[in-house]
Design a protein around this ligand. Structure first.
Ligand code: B12
Ligand code: SF4
Length: 496
């Protein structure tokens, strides 16, 4: 059976912000299909025009085409699903990923070319579907995890098969992805240049109102982590195959309530004598001094923390489960250990006032992160926060292409105007930049994490000179990065 897997991207400025990561979850679905004996191709719509997509359909002739769709990319898939229907009317078109998982029926309503929404983890359902098609089946009601368009309306086939052991899955099919393309795009600072993502876990114990219940619905209520040996084998593979010794974990939160797992990971990296640089997004309540010391020895270089707010009231509204005291203590320890710290803030969450933002400013001054990322809260469909905002009539924009192009946020706040938000973002960024400038006069800081950061950024720019073809693209990226970091910025990037 020939299968094409397609990854849809939201508006370019959105995914460029997140460093244009290789879509590893979707690539794991592709790898599972390959392992089951199917012939698979992978297209990332970040790099495909409708013309090249149509050429692919004519040349490859897939029987099954599966699209990854999240809410911000909803709609971008439509010209492509239409092309499938026009060029290969007998091909079966499915959609998986967060949007069809949370809104399976409205996904079918939104795009009449899609026959099936796949719910949650797609590996088992897609393999069972492709196997059934190969066996000549026309009725897929025995394949779990689907909502199928029928003449009598949408029909659910019940839950998909469970994946208890993540290490039983194949690694993402990176060989099907344009890896050099992703690697030529500069990563989110402050990672060293050739950096890529890895997935270590699925699910999250957190209960943040701007994120849940999406992860719970997609991955269940617990957290599953891969076996350490399997994880470190993959890191070795990345080095041998792509010469990458720098990576960022790309999953929800592998560290939360997992001290033993963190220590075992550090042990294994050290035991194998690997020289790695790595980091990722984490919560401020996920690390302590002992684990950080071990992780640092094993190459941990940077931690990007979900600080979100300095106001206990706002943190409670977000159901974040942390306090500013915990944030202060974690930053103190991380800096003491020489970890490059990134603080992610959310501004303009419902309930925000001038007073709560003043508390955030105070926290920023206290923790003095090496880097910051500012996000204006937007509210993501499928989350508890979005549902509440919808009920209160506080959502002003719903089309994500409009949100991307707009100068106003999609949430109408009760206590603050758009100009207030704009002014607060500027004030927070200005405070950070002044702190950064002041650190130049502290030789201790320059020799520490700031020096490390400077070293990696300079190495990156020197490296660029030897690759003139990517020079312009990289400069454009950094300009965009600088513009986005200092202006309006979407909310869930800080959602960890
Ligand atoms: C880490 C993360 C990121 C990382 C990396 C993402 C990745 N998966 O590689 C980065 C920072 C790059 C990122 C970016 C964005 N993210 Co994000 N991200 C997450 C987070 C925290 C964890 C994702 C994870 O662990 N994935 C693990 C893998 C295994 O899952 P997966 O990729 O979804 O793939 C599985 C299924 O979706 C399905 N599947 C996937 N592809 C396909 C294809 C087919 C055909 C089928 C049938 C099934 C299928 O099977 C896969 C394997 O089981 C989640 C929140 C959470 N806790 O889950 C948000 C989340 C997925 N992100 C979200 C959003 C909105 C974004 C951005 C738009 C944000 C932005 N402003 O740019 C971008 C979009 C990037 C893009 N599409 O290009 C939303 C999506 C919400 C929604 N309603 O659609 C989430 C749910 C957060 C939230 N609650 O707001 N994200
Ligand atoms: S924002 Fe992060 S910590 Fe909170 S529920 Fe989502 S993935 Fe978990």
């Amino acid at each position: 059976m020939k299968v094409t897997i397609v990854f849809c991207r939201p508006a370019p400025s959105w995914y460029l912000q997140s460093g244009c990561q290789p879509p590893l979850g979707t690539a794991t679905v592709a790898a599972s299909l390959e392992r089951a004996g199917h012939i698979v191709r992978f297209l990332d719509l970040g790099f495909e025009s409708i013309e090249s997509f149509s050429r692919h359909l004519i040349e490859f002739h897939p029987n099954l085409v599966g699209f990854y769709v999240d809410s911000p990319s909803l709609g971008t898939q439509e010209p492509y699903t239409k092309a499938v229907k026009e060029i290969l009317p007998s091909a079966l078109v499915t959609a998986g990923g967060p949007h069809p998982s949370i809104f399976p029926e409205s996904m079918l309503d939104a795009d009449s070319n899609i026959k099936i929404s796949v719910i949650g983890e797609g590996e088992m359902s897609m393999v069972d579907l492709a196997d059934a098609m190969e066996g000549g089946a026309k009725d897929f009601s025995k394949v779990g995890g689907l909502v199928i368009r029928t003449g009598d309306g949408p029909m659910s086939t019940g839950p998909s098969k469970k994946i208890d052991d993540l290490s039983s899955l194949p690694w993402p099919a990176r060989h099907l992805l344009p890896m050099e393309h992703y690697l030529s795009i500069p990563p989110d600072l402050p990672y060293p240049y050739r950096t890529t993502g890895v997935l270590w876990s699925r699910g999250c114990f957190g209960n943040c109102s701007y994120c849940q219940p999406i992860p719970r619905k997609m991955f269940g209520s617990g957290v599953r982590r891969r076996e350490i040996g399997d994880v470190v084998d993959e890191l070795e593979f990345l080095y041998k195959t792509y010469k990458i010794n720098s990576f960022a974990w790309n999953d929800a939160e592998p560290f939360y309530r997992a001290k033993d797992w963190q220590l075992a990971l550090a042990d294994e990296i050290l035991r194998r004598g690997l020289r790695l640089h790595w980091g990722g997004l984490t919560r401020v309540d996920s690390v302590d001094r002992e684990t950080l010391r071990m992780l640092k020895k094993a190459g941990l270089f940077t931690l990007s923390f979900g600080v979100e707010s300095g106001s206990p009231k706002m943190l409670k509204c977000m159901r974040k489960g942390i306090t500013p005291e915990v944030t202060r203590e974690t930053f103190r320890i991380a800096k003491e250990m020489g970890i490059v710290t990134v603080a992610n803030f959310m501004v303009g969450t419902p309930g925000e006032t001038h007073e709560t933002l003043a508390e955030t400013l105070k926290l920023l001054k206290q923790i003095k992160p090496d880097l910051i990322r500012m996000a204006v809260t937007v509210g993501v469909p499928g989350t508890d926060m979005y549902r509440e905002l919808e009920e209160k009539g506080m959502i002003r924009l719903t089309d994500w292409r409009e949100i991307d192009a707009s100068v106003i946020g999609p949430i109408a706040l009760e206590h603050l105007t758009d100009r207030d938000i704009e002014a607060w973002v500027r004030r927070l960024v200005r405070t950070y930049l002044l702190q950064l400038a002041a650190s130049v006069f502290h030789p201790g800081q320059l020799a520490g994490t700031k020096g490390k950061l400077l070293y990696h950024v300079s190495r990156h720019f020197i490296g660029m000179l030897t690759r003139p073809m990517t020079l312009l693209q990289d400069l454009e990226y950094y300009l965009l990065y600088a513009r986005k970091s200092t202006s309006r910025h979407v909310g869930f990037l800080s959602g960890i």
